[in-house]
Design a protein around this ligand. Structure first.
Ligand code: FAD
Length: 547
């Protein structure tokens, strides 16, 4: 310590002592805090009373590169760390401008902004590209602060910097990796979204953004997860337990068009180390869900189309079988009539010849009649033999599903005829033991009848209404049309073979065959006589086959 500073300190000590003595003489004039302050200062406890050497040593030994310059940035002092970072010793650098460190790749605008701040007596902080004495470049994180004199004027500049190259490399590597991951994720055809534990989106790709724009119904990820949870209670448990899942199909109608779309969702949970300062020494992990969504609407439509076509083929085959059966049954029925007459004639002639009533002409007819009868019976037997067998395929069937399938096939015809369909299935319908093929043909036949009735009547309101109901031991289908209806005295007759109200190609075997199909299921079919307009047909089928 210099002589001047020693004498200054001695003077301050004397002043303090005098102030203390004055206080002790007149204690009421001072307050307690002032006494404490005086005592503390007397004891040398205040910071600015720390020895100056300490400050010098702290600067000299600081792990940060420190330099002090004049107003033109000419270096007056630098510490050991400065030498370590830049490669210049104090002797080498003293008197040099700080610009000696500049690699000249730092844009002029950065320096301009730096000096602008310094001119305003403000400190500046930023990154510069520096060059060491050996020519090596490094990224310097620099803080420059003006040092003010007693008149609040800038007397010097204090420069503090450190080599941040390693940190910069790491940061760039993270940025590059993030960019790489983002470009890979972005180029994926599937929509990918990362959600935090509160299901908030933290990262998404192009395909997901496209989905958001298309659907315009809120956050698609939230909608998919909610729909999956609603459809399957186990799914929400699975989510809560942060378990991964795959190939979960979501069906939804979103967007302005509200078209039906299908999405295949898979989710993988992963954990990230917490970045919170509180968790620095703790192994706290934050969970994230990566949801991958793949739209499968086209695939689903193709599958539906294949199923639809297969169903159409199946029904066409079954309809063909039914009409062959219908025709053969009609032919058999028609053949049976003359055979019955022949039988009666033969029986009568045989009776007469036994009674001795002999007429040579009639006698000669008898063998001929017998021969015709034999041939007729053989033909009838042949017809019955070639009649296609009804396939006995009884299994659990859902009438809502079967009706829906048949309606899908009938839609083009309904549209072509301008008929409005009102399909009202009951939400929960018990399955029944039934022959799905037979029931489909039966329903198809009744719907075709209804369409034809509307075409014939040409009413103003062209409407078919189909509903299902679950009542006790039975399930019920009601099919009403807005045609002319069936006269009440024909309600039973229409179920008789060959009875038809239409001529032409109608054999009048449709409703009898429908009756037969219903009988095979131990059910009932009836025409509702309570309706005043159109025709309502009610089918009732037992839930169990032994009703
Ligand atoms: P220069 O000709 O030095 O200056 C470029 C522009 O800066 C000029 O056009 C002018 O607008 C402005 N400028 C320069 N000097 C002054 C001034 N005294 N007052 C007002 N404006 C001025 N630079 C580094 O590259 N790396 C460092 O580590 C670094 N540390 C520094 C530490 C301190 C304490 C200070 C005060 C400056 C430091 N500088 C540092 C800045 C350095 O002094 C130069 O300004 C800079 O390197 C640009 O040098 P140059 O030769 O390209 O241009």
């Amino acid at each position: 310590m210099s002589q001047q500073s020693q004498s200054e300190e001695g003077g301050a000590e004397m002043l303090l002592r005098a102030q203390l003595e004055a206080f002790l003489l007149k204690p009421e004039q001072r307050i307690v805090s002032e006494i404490a302050g005086l005592l503390e200062r007397y004891a040398g406890g205040e910071r600015h009373h720390l020895p100056r050497e300490l400050f010098e040593a702290a600067v000299a030994q600081s792990p940060l590169a420190i330099s002090i310059t004049d107003l033109k940035a000419n270096i007056l002092y630098c510490n050991d760390s400065f030498t370590e970072v830049t490669g210049y010793t104090v002797e080498e650098i003293s008197g040099e401008n700080e610009s000696i460190l500049s690699y000249k790749s730092t844009p002029k605008s950065v320096y301009h902004e730096m000096w602008q701040k310094l001119s305003n007596k403000e400190s500046w902080k930023g990154m510069l590209v520096n060059r060491r004495k050996n020519g090596e470049r490094y990224i310097a994180e620099v803080l420059i602060a003006p040092v003010l004199d007693g008149n609040a004027e800038v007397s010097h500049y204090l420069g503090i910097h450190r080599d941040s190259s390693e940190m910069h490399t790491l940061e760039q590597r993270v940025v590059n990796q993030k960019a790489l991951i983002e470009s890979v994720v972005d180029s994926a055809p599937d929509a990918i979204v990362v959600l935090d534990q509160h299901y908030k989106v933290v990262l998404d790709n192009h395909a997901y953004k496209k989905l958001v724009a298309e659907l315009r119904s809120g956050e698609p990820a939230a909608i998919f997860l909610q729909t999956l949870s609603e459809d399957d209670a186990n799914f929400s448990t699975l989510l809560q337990q942060q378990q991964s899942f795959s190939d979960r199909i979501v069906e939804c109608r979103l967007g302005s068009a509200r078209t039906q779309r299908w999405f295949n969702c898979s989710g993988v949970w992963f954990n990230e180390r917490s970045t919170q300062a509180d968790d620095f020494f703790v192994d706290n992990e934050v969970p994230y869900l990566m949801l991958t969504v793949n739209e499968i609407t086209t695939l689903k439509r193709q599958q539906e189309e294949i199923k639809h076509n297969a169903m159409r083929a199946l029904m066409a085959e079954e309809s063909l079988n039914v009409s062959v059966r219908e025709t053969l049954a009609a032919a058999s029925y028609k053949l049976q009539e003359p055979l019955n007459l022949l039988n009666a004639a033969v029986a009568m002639m045989e009776r007469r010849s036994a009674n001795g009533d002999q007429h040579s002409e009639k006698e000669s007819l008898l063998p001929l009649l017998k021969q015709i009868r034999e041939q007729g019976s053989e033909s009838l037997e042949l017809l019955q033999q070639i009649m296609p067998l009804e396939q006995e395929e009884y299994a659990q069937v859902n009438l809502n599903e079967i009706t829906h399938q048949v309606l899908q096939l009938a839609t083009p015809r309904l549209l072509a005829e301008g008929i409005v369909l009102s399909w009202q299935p009951v939400s929960e319908l018990t399955g029944i033991m039934g022959n799905a093929r037979l029931l489909r043909v039966l329903l198809r036949h009744l719907i075709d009848n209804a369409i034809e009735a509307i075409i014939d009547a040409a009413p103003a309101q062209r409407e078919i209404e189909i509903s299902t109901a679950d009542s006790g031991d039975w399930v019920q289908i009601t099919l009403c049309d807005s045609g002319n209806g069936i006269d009440s005295n024909l309600h039973y007759k229409v179920f008789e073979p060959f009875y038809t109200t239409k001529g032409g190609r109608h054999t009048g075997m449709g409703l009898p065959m429908a009756q037969q199909a219903i009988n095979a299921h131990a059910g009932t079919i009836e025409i509702d006589s309570s309706v005043s307009q159109g025709c309502c047909i009610k089918l009732r089928l037992p839930k169990t086959r032994n009703q």
